[in-house]
Ligand binder design. Structure first.
Ligand code: ADP
Length: 506
């Protein structure tokens, strides 16, 4: 596996348009203007495949968050956004989706360069799902409405007319991670805009590029000034200032459970609304009657898609002992076939991890697994640099107390464990996690599949498939995987307050 021999740098492979765009220091979007950080500071965006510099972006901090929140507040209280009809808001959202499709290659290239993922994956998954999210959300503004409710209040006899009125929660602070840079923008901005909120979006310091290009498309689509403000900067400075800001009504966060808890603390001072989409350690359960070929492909994709950098990665594989060896050998063979390389090379199937920190974290877990007695059937370590490449790994001979079994690794590392019977022990082991984001079940017995699905403590269960996402399907977690749901009709609740209005009419 010699990744580095043939390529001088990934930027050489980028289109001239993207290269030119990256050659300028990229400012932030505040109040419809492209501005430098008030401090004048910038920081380098690192190419995870070469460890070279891809671009320079503004380093926003508290002062810039203050300006962005003030702009979002003005846009919410007195700007044209609030006065637009639902149908007009829907049209702007639809236009954003159209513009994303029109710029699909450029956006996929930016996410590939910035995050390391293959461009083909960015195009088929990240960018396509982002456009879908805006298109799906564009239908909602005209369908968000309250109810008339009959009341029975004997203490205040009379005739009353009561109805509910859903209202936007106000100025929303959104903080997103680096694993799906553009898609996380879409998941957050789509519903916030559909409900009529205004936004300050703090993107991940590792991957700010596609969000800034999206900012240009938002303006092109006719989004009024200040409705979406995009701040680039670090979590401890810009992110923390946003989560604690007194003029922000709600914080929506996607990222680690650890930082999610800090967000809750920061938002607790004035009891801001909070929604969280956090970590996972998802069980993928294979029954003895599963179609082995389909299961192997699904289990491999479940863990290796996006280099395992998915909160819903199927990272704990439970396989019936009758077919354990077959499935583990199959997934290991699939792992060995994965072609590591630069995201912009057409034959690349897996790129580097996103950052040096992430590389250190994942290889640290691999070392700890081996030290604890787990055996790597394939992979088991990183690839010598430059670049943050890690070999797709399958670990066996684990015990439930090992860190690699309990903790979220957020890398291409699968732990595979055999079970004997489909019984309470299996369900208990599958649910034995502080997380509860997703799960998979593989079987040809649909009754059993649903019995198991009903007992799993997780926000999503996939049967005979994995990683099936749709803008219309709610996604989110039980337990420490989060609060609230992303996508679908349900995400609208994250951004709405309900007002009950009662009038005495007789
Ligand atoms: P990961 O561990 O996957 O990098 P994090 O949870 O650290 O994910 O980061 C997700 C997002 O949270 C990023 O935009 C990051 O800048 C931001 N962030 C990190 N620390 C804080 C913090 N203390 N307050 C607010 N945001 C933060």
């Amino acid at each position: 596996m010699n990744i580095h021999a043939t390529v001088a740098g990934t930027l050489d492979k980028a289109s001239p348009k993207v290269r030119d765009w990256l050659a300028q220091p990229r400012p932030m979007l505040i109040d419809g203007q492209w501005v430098a950080a008030k401090s004048g500071k910038t920081f380098a965006v690192i190419d995870p495949a070469t460890e070279g510099k891809l671009a320079e972006v503004a380093e926003g901090d508290k002062a810039d968050i203050d300006a962005a929140v003030a702009a979002a507040r003005r846009a919410f209280d007195s700007g044209p956004w609030r006065k637009m009809t639902p149908s007009e808001r829907g049209r702007v959202l639809h236009k954003i989706g159209d513009l994303i499709y029109e710029n699909i290659d450029e956006l996929a290239e930016l996410d590939s360069l910035d995050n390391g993922k293959p461009k083909a994956v960015a195009k088929a998954a990240d960018v396509t799902l982002s456009a879908d999210m805006f298109h799906y959300m564009s239908g909602w503004p005209t369908k968000i409405h309250g109810k008339t409710i009959p009341i029975s209040n004997l203490a205040a006899p009379g005739e009353y007319f009561s109805f509910t009125r859903p209202e936007p929660v106000g100025v929303v602070g959104q903080i997103i991670p680096w694993n799906f840079p553009l898609l996380m923008c879409a998941w957050k901005l789509g519903p916030a805009l559909a409900t009529g909120c205004t936004v300050v979006l703090k993107v991940a310091e590792e991957t700010p590029l596609s969000a800034l290009r999206l900012g240009e498309l938002l303006l092109e689509a006719g989004l009024p000034d200040g409705v979406v403000n995009i701040v680039t900067g670090f979590g401890e400075t810009a992110g923390a200032a946003l989560a604690a800001h007194p003029n922000v009504n709600k914080v929506a966060f996607t990222g680690s459970t650890e930082v999610g808890k800090l967000i809750v603390q920061a938002a607790s001072h004035d009891l801001k609304r909070v929604s969280l989409e956090l970590g996972g350690k998802s069980p993928n359960i294979v029954l003895a009657d599963a179609d082995v070929e389909a299961t192997v492909a699904g289990a491999a994709a479940g863990i290796f898609f996006n280099h395992g950098q998915c909160c819903n990665a199927g990272s704990r594989l439970f396989v019936h002992d009758k077919i354990f060896d077959k499935v583990v050998d199959g997934v290991s063979a699939a792992a060995e076939k994965i072609k590591l390389g630069f995201g912009l090379d057409e034959d690349t199937e897996m790129g580097p991890l996103v950052s040096e920190v992430q590389y250190g974290r994942v290889t640290g877990y691999l070392d700890s697994g081996k030290a604890d007695g787990a055996k790597a059937v394939t992979g088991g370590d990183g690839v010598d640099g430059p670049g943050y490449f890690v070999k797709p790994t399958v670990l066996v001979d684990t015990t439930p107390d090992m860190k690699v079994v309990k903790e979220e690794i957020f890398g291409p590392v699968l732990v595979a464990m055999p079970f004997k019977d489909v019984d309470d022990d299996l369900i208990r082991d599958a649910n034995n996690s502080l997380y509860g984001l997703a799960a998979g079940v593989w079987t040809s017995d649909i009754q059993k599949a649903h019995q198991i699905a009903n007992r799993l403590e997780s926000g999503t269960v996939w049967v005979n498939c994995y990683h099936v996402f749709d803008a219309a399907l709610p996604f989110g977690g039980y337990k420490q995987s989060g609060w609230g749901r992303e996508m679908g009709e349900q995400v609208l609740n994250n951004y709405l307050e309900t007002k009950a209005i009662t009038t005495k009419i007789g």
